[in-house]
Every structure is written in C-alpha cells, then in structure tokens.
Design a protein around this ligand. Structure first.
Ligand SMILES: [Zn+2]
Ligand SMILES: [Zn+2]
Length: 269
C-alpha cells in the first residue's frame, strides 16, 4: 500500500534533485541527480589525522599538519564529509538561508553514513550540536546543527544534548576576519550550563561547516573544561584552501580503522 501511495505521489510530485531541482527519473539513497552527486568533493587521504585537513598532494600517508604539530587542539580529531564547495555548498545554503530546513534530513543522512563508515559510533556517549546565539536562532528559526545532529543521534541511537552547551555571546560571522580576530571573536562566547551532563563522557560535536575551526575549537575547549573525557568533531563540509585545484578521486577514505571505547585516546596517533 505504501509503495502504491509513494508511486502516486511520485507521479503528481516527481522527486527533484535537492540542489538543482531537476526531475529525478530514478535516484540512489540521496535525492540528487548524477551531476550534483558527482559535485560532492569528498575529503580523502592524505589528510591530517588530527584536524582532518586534506593535503594538496594526492599521494602519501596521512601526517600531522603544521598547525597540529605546533598547537594543541582541544578536540581529539575532526572530520568532514567533503569540501565546502559545489553541491555541498549549494545544499547548505538552501538548507540554512533559503528556507529549506527539510534539506537537513538529507544532509544529516550524508553525515551519518560518513560517520558510520569511519568510526565505531559506540565510542560516543553523547551528540552535541554547536549552538546558535538566541538572537540568531530567532532570525533563522532553527539551528542547522541541531537538525543534522538529530539525524545522526537517531541513526546510532545516541542521546542528543542541545541544552548544555550555550552560545552566551553573539559573534559576528567569521568570514572576512583575520586569524587573530577570528580567535578573539569566539573566545568566551560559549559556556556549559550543566557540566554534570557531559562530565566523563565522549562527545561528538556536530556542525554544518568547519570554516576556520575557531568556533569548533572554542566549543571543544569549553566541553573539555566542563569535564568531558574527549571531544571529536564532525561537520558536513570543510573550507579548504585549494590553490592547485587538485581532485583526489581514487584514494581510499582515510581513518578506516574502526574505533572502540578502549582506543578512544588513540585517536590522535
Ligand atoms: Zn542536480
Ligand atoms: Zn591538522
């Protein structure tokens, strides 16, 4: 019966590509046309095993980047599905700015598929989305990170906590700020209002985009100071400086080593 109904619905409202809107004759698990699906540029090895930034070279092993060699990161590791360009950029803009919060379910599914393919999700005890300031939340009407995190939490039957970590100061968008200004912009902007809820727990911090990493690092610092055992970061997209325009199509995804609770502390190895 459900199949018949779906068939009728598809006749009246044929499924359309999430990003370009073209009618889909048939599609895989995601409502994307082949061209848009091919426009997702996945982040693959070689990359930094700590912050997850991919290197311009398409050859060689993963290794720590200069920033991770010289500065301690508050998170154990960070990973992103793909580069913040093409289909992912378009889909995130539709989702956040053009009144298509429903796209979040599709994007959350992409993130859940990715997370499940690289990590043993049982290593996590709690999913924490990056909060929006209440003023921004009123403007937008929803927090994109909560929508994405909810899909991931549901998939892996993990609890979701979107009330403990708060954005207490409004911040200006990081775009256009210098390196030091970005860091100062988010410093002190977050707090953990009920630290007992995260104490001793292994957290997966979720956001839509890793741009400079400052916001995510600040959130991870606050969570660690509040007593979290460890924090890993997952974002859908990551802004990657890419002067060479290299495409790493044929490389195996990195970090295929499954994680379990015993080796959580080995994430940085
Ligand atoms: Zn399309
Ligand atoms: Zn790094």
């Amino acid at each position: 019966m459900k199949g018949i109904l779906t068939g009728i619905t598809d006749l009246v409202f044929p499924p359309r590509c999430l990003t370009c809107g073209s009618i889909l004759e048939e599609h895989g698990p995601l409502p994307l046309c082949p061209a848009c699906e091919a426009g997702i540029r996945h982040i693959r090895s070689p990359l930094c095993p700590c912050c997850g930034i991919p290197f311009p070279s398409t050859e060689g092993p993963d290794h720590l980047c200069g920033d991770c060699l010289t500065a301690e990161r508050p998170y154990a590791l960070a990973r992103s599905v793909g580069r913040y360009e093409g289909t992912l950029l378009e889909a995130i803009h539709l989702f956040k700015y053009r009144g298509k919060p429903g796209a979040g379910k599709v994007l959350g599914k992409i993130m859940a598929d990715f997370a499940g393919s690289i990590w043993d999700m049982e290593a996590f005890s709690l999913i924490v989305p990056v909060p929006l300031h209440s003023k921004r939340l009123r403007q937008r009407g929803f927090n994109q990170a909560v929508i994405l995190a909810r899909v991931i939490a549901k998939r892996f039957a993990l609890p979701l906590d979107f009330t403990t970590l708060k954005r207490t100061l409004p911040t200006v968008p990081q775009v256009g700020l210098g390196r030091q200004e970005r860091s100062a912009n988010v410093r002190g902007a977050f707090s953990a209002v009920r630290p007992e809820r995260i104490a001793g727990r292994r957290l997966l911090l979720v956001d839509d985009v890793y741009t400079t990493g400052n916001t995510l690092a600040e959130c991870a610092s606050v969570l660690m100071r509040a007593g979290a055992e460890a924090v890993a970061v997952l974002t859908l997209a990551r802004a990657v400086p890419d002067p060479g325009g290299s495409v790493e199509a044929s490389h195996a995804a990195s970090c295929s080593r499954p994680l379990n609770p015993e080796n959580f502390n080995d994430w940085r190895s």
